[in-house]
Design a protein around this ligand. Structure first.
Ligand SMILES: Nc1ncnc2c1ncn2[C@@H]1O[C@H](COP(=O)(O)OP(=O)(O)O)[C@@H](O)[C@H]1O
Ligand SMILES: [Mg+2]
Length: 250
């Protein structure tokens, strides 16, 4: 069986900085992979390369066995890629549930027949409401994004990514800025998404949470994978401990 997501030999430099240094790894269907490493290791760059927001100088990205290296982000999204953050900002004039509906619209082709469009809007609202339940935001459906506390804005970001019905979800530091209780609650939501079948690549500085959630950790340092395996084994690896020395991330 081929992996759901594969990167092979990814190379990307910014001036003299190597952000991805011939990086290769694969993620199997159903996995929750924790992608960690000190600041500047290349974690965000790798997610952006996978999403098509950056183009590699060399190397390939495959989704479901299909080479998507030359494809724009929206084509990758149609192939099942979901990502938070960089894709689209929330519309502050719309409610929470409407924001999720708009995100879902990126997936659908527009139906020109008004009657069908109306049915489709009702269906989209129901689907959006179901997503809000999954991420624990049902009570905030009618609020505006700007009125939400940070923890709930993070959940809205997740909801909008889920509206794309991803098979592989890329999360870039979803717990940044959250209290430990909020981070743990978001962790439970992420775990539930994985348990119900979504493959997840989680970049996260909260090592306690990422070790609780992931069964496999991949550690990056200066664009290279320096360790890959079960969290306990990886965190005991001297190369990993050395990479974290003197950084705030540990
Ligand atoms: N757009 C950019 N222009 C120049 N350098 C960049 C850019 N994006 C990232 N970098 C550099 O690439 C390296 C990896 O960055 P990044 O992927 O953001 O790391 P991480 O997410 O692990 O903190 C860093 O040295 C960073 O400064
Ligand atoms: Mg980053």
């Amino acid at each position: 069986m081929s992996a759901l997501l594969e990167v092979e030999g990814l190379l990307l430099r910014f001036g003299g900085v190597i952000a991805a240094d011939h990086l290769s790894f694969a993620v199997a269907s159903g996995e929750l992979l924790g992608l960690i490493g000190p600041n500047g290791a290349g974690k965000t760059t790798v997610l952006r390369l996978i999403a098509g927001l950056l183009r590699p100088e060399a190397g390939r990205v495959r989704l479901g066995g299909v080479d998507v290296t030359g494809q724009p982000t929206h084509r990758r999204v149609r192939r099942g890629l979901g990502l938070t953050h960089q894709l689209v900002r929330p519309f502050h004039s719309l409610t929470v549930v409407e924001n999720v509906m708009i995100a879902a619209g990126h997936r659908h082709t527009r139906n020109p027949i008004a009657a069908l469009a109306r049915v489709s809007r009702i269906a989209e609202r129901r689907a959006a409401e179901a997503i809000l339940v999954r991420v624990g935001l049902a009570d905030s459906a009618a609020r505006r994004p700007a009125a939400l506390p940070l923890g709930q804005r993070k959940r809205l970001e997740l909801a909008r990514a889920l509206a794309l019905e991803p098979t592989v979800l890329l999360l870039d530091e979803p717990m940044a800025g959250l209290s430990s209780a909020e981070a743990a609650a978001l962790g439970d939501t992420i775990l539930a998404l994985n348990t119900t079948g979504t493959t997840i690549v989680l970049v996260e500085h909260n090592l306690g949470e990422v070790m609780r959630l992931a069964r496999r950790l991949l550690v990056l340092d200066t664009g290279r994978a320096i360790a890959d395996g079960p969290p306990d084994t990886v965190m005991r690896d001297p190369a990993v401990q050395l990479a974290y020395v003197g950084t705030a991330a540990g």
